[in-house]
Design a binder for this molecule. Structure first.
Ligand code: GDP
Ligand code: CA
Length: 337
């Protein structure tokens, strides 16, 4: 295998890709060439405009993680961050300071916003930003492509007794950051998704890949939105390469984030089997050939197999790049044999 394409969200996807790259370099992935190239198709439905800036949380998390610039303790944003601009905005009483924007991080958003306003599409802006972060570390081994150049935003309807409809709609980031996903997501609205077009290179990266991976990313608001861009699900279904996924749910719970709340809002069981069946086997109209679950969820393997999926249970904690590379190797083995 020389080309691997990963459909990714932010944190879970980025950590997986870091481990995958580690495995490629260490030569521990069965059948994968040492000079294999990785294309990341990143979710952009978390994006928002705030304080006049275009912020792309998942693109940035992938870029900073792979470029060794991510603050791992916080799980987002830059290392050695300072917060002067946020403090100054608060002193002015500017609204929406719940969204964390560090000074260093803001430089990224300034460059992105200026380029967008000068007329460059997000894909070209991302390429330019990645030239700083990825090229020095990975050369041309990794590309990051936004799923679309079009504006797509996930919004969440939450209960609001003061509203005539009984509901209030907030941006996904407000649900996650300000409300801390602490109230049920009554409904998800993917604004602009149905009219979006896959970004440049996205379709070819899937149809021309030797392997397609759905990493342990949020199945609804990360991978779900990537697959929701018109045409992407179809090209995954038709890909000549094997398609393998790794469960973000271990023992009935997400590892971090809010996959449980998101799965509940679309009526899918927050279990390893539930998510695997939600993606479904390609033989039955879904997108997967194989679904890797944690060893703790090994009792789901029979159910998954009877739904037409190759399945196995192995440790799925991304505790180190080595552990993650071992997960990637198990995923590849599952669909390659
Ligand atoms: P986000 O965009 O930052 O929310 O990140 P993603 O959508 O890419 O990934 C979030 C998912 O990663 C969550 O559903 C987590 O359960 C999952 N996740 C995080 N760490 C681990 C891990 O160590 N193992 C597994 N299997 N899943 C993980
Ligand atoms: Ca995200």
């Amino acid at each position: 295998m020389r080309t691997i394409t990963v459909l990714s969200g932010g944190h879970g996807g980025a950590r997986f890709i870091a481990g995958l790259l580690h495995g490629i370099q260490a030569g521990t992935l069965p059948g994968v060439a040492p000079d294999a190239q990785v294309t990341v198709i990143a979710n952009t439905a978390d994006d928002l405009w705030i304080h006049g800036l275009k912020v792309c949380p998942d693109l940035d998390t992938v870029m900073y993680t792979l470029g060794h610039g991510l603050d791992h303790e916080r799980g987002w944003g830059r290392t050695e961050e300072t917060w002067s601009i946020k403090d100054e905005l608060e002193a002015y009483g500017v609204p929406n300071t719940w969204f964390g924007l560090g000074d260093r991080d803001i430089a990224t958003h300034l460059v992105r916003t200026q380029m967008l306003e000068a007329g460059f599409p997000l894909s070209q802006v991302t390429e330019a930003l990645c030239r700083r972060w990825l090229t020095p570390v990975h050369g041309d081994r990794v590309r990051v492509l936004p799923m679309t150049d079009d504006r797509v935003e996930t919004h969440v309807a939450v209960k609001d007794p003061d509203s005539p409809s009984g509901l209030r709609v907030v941006h996904f980031q407000e649900y996650w950051v300000r409300l801390r996903a602490g109230v049920p997501a009554e409904q998800l609205v993917f604004v602009g998704l149905d009219e979006a077009t896959a970004g440049p290179g996205v379709v070819d990266a899937i149809s021309g890949a030797d392997l397609v991976i759905l990493p342990p990313s949020n199945p609804v608001v990360s991978v779900g939105t990537v697959l929701g861009v018109p045409g992407i699900r179809e090209v995954v279904r038709a890909a000549s390469a094997p398609v393998v996924g790794i469960s973000p749910i271990i023992g009935g719970h997400h590892v971090r984030g809010m996959a449980e709340q998101m799965l509940a809002s679309i009526g899918v069981d927050a279990t390893a089997a539930g998510v695997g069946l939600h993606y479904g086997a390609r033989s039955g109209g879904g997108v997967l050939d194989g679904w890797l679950v944690d060893e703790r969820d090994a009792d789901a393997v029979d159910t998954l197999r009877s739904a037409g999926l190759r399945a196995a249970g192995v440790p799925l904690w991304m505790s180190s790049d080595e552990a993650t590379a071992a997960m990637a190797a198990a995923a590849i083995e599952l669909v390659a044999r």
